[in-house]
Write a protein that binds this ligand. Sequence first.
Ligand SMILES: *Cc1c(COP(=O)(O)O)cnc(C)c1O
Length: 365
Amino acid sequence: MSESSPIGHGGRLTIDLAALRANWRVLAQAAECPETAAVIKADAYGCGIARAAPALWAEGCRTFFVAHLSEALTAREAVPEAAIYVLNGFPPGRAPAYRAAALRPVLGSHDEIAEWAAANRDEGVIRPAALHVDTGMNRLGLSVPEGLGLAGDPLVRQAGIDLLMSHLVSAEVEHDPLTDHQAAAFARLRAAYPGIRASLANSSGDFLPSCRADLARPGYALYGGNPRPGRDNPMRPVVRLEAGILQIREVAAGETAGYNARWTAPGPRRLATLSLGYADGFPRASTGRGEAVVGGARCPFVGNVSMDLIILDVTGAPREALFRGAPATLIGDGLDLDAVGRSAGTIGYEILTNLGRRYERIYRD
Ligand SMILES: *Cc1c(COP(=O)(O)O)cnc(C)c1O
């Protein structure tokens, strides 16, 4: 562990705000858009809105996206002057709460548009909102024909639409024809909404010239995720997760480890037990596949990941790195988010957004 073992916590999460800011700069450069926003939903992908948003604001980021009202209210406190868009729109009757905090809903249905326009009329103030058109996800937003049909309708002005957006289905897959299809549909929409800013790219789309518009919306890559899987990651790691070793033991061939004896020692082995488990947000699905770095050596998980403990086979680790309180790295030291996600049968996004509240959290800048 970079410092002494966390006292009273199983693991230590270190969040590098300087790397977060540097990543935003890299993405702003790559996007070649007039403006680059930051997606800070899910508590800034587990990194903490309260710390991440002001760091990004200090770097020049002026527009933020969250998913829910509750996240938007946290963001509003963190960045009082920012433009904050709420991706999941707004539930019926909640327009006043959005207006009170100067939040901008992302409107994706005729009902939402009509309700926001009515609130604008009642207040006598047109407050901004975004319009979401679904160009292929079939998840949220007006269909492309609905979006084209609404263009020029007085409702667009009455609803304060100041941003036209759509979301990419598989921007991280190189040369996916669906991306070109979406970009072409989005170009038709943009042409139908002259004078309204447009936004298409997420982290991966940030690197695709066909997805350039007025505003880029990266999330994952800000926090260190690789926006171009299979290629070198241009982002700096933001998150580092370490846990301390509680005990070390030697086992003989044929002995088992962990609940339900799911692992059997193939020969004499040295095991170390880490003070971290699935209740910390580390996936139990990484049982049998996960790894931690101890003294520079990759050590495989053995046995089931437990609620508060993980057992490692540290036979390959240097002896001097093995002692009570010694650090093991679960994210960092070459174990990047994408690799940790793969070893749990999921994606790095889920690893980040599940990072537990149980860790000692350290912010560096
Ligand atoms: C989450 C999200 C983003 C950010 O996507 P990343 O892949 O994390 O960069 C952008 N736009 C919308 C609509 C989203 O839901």
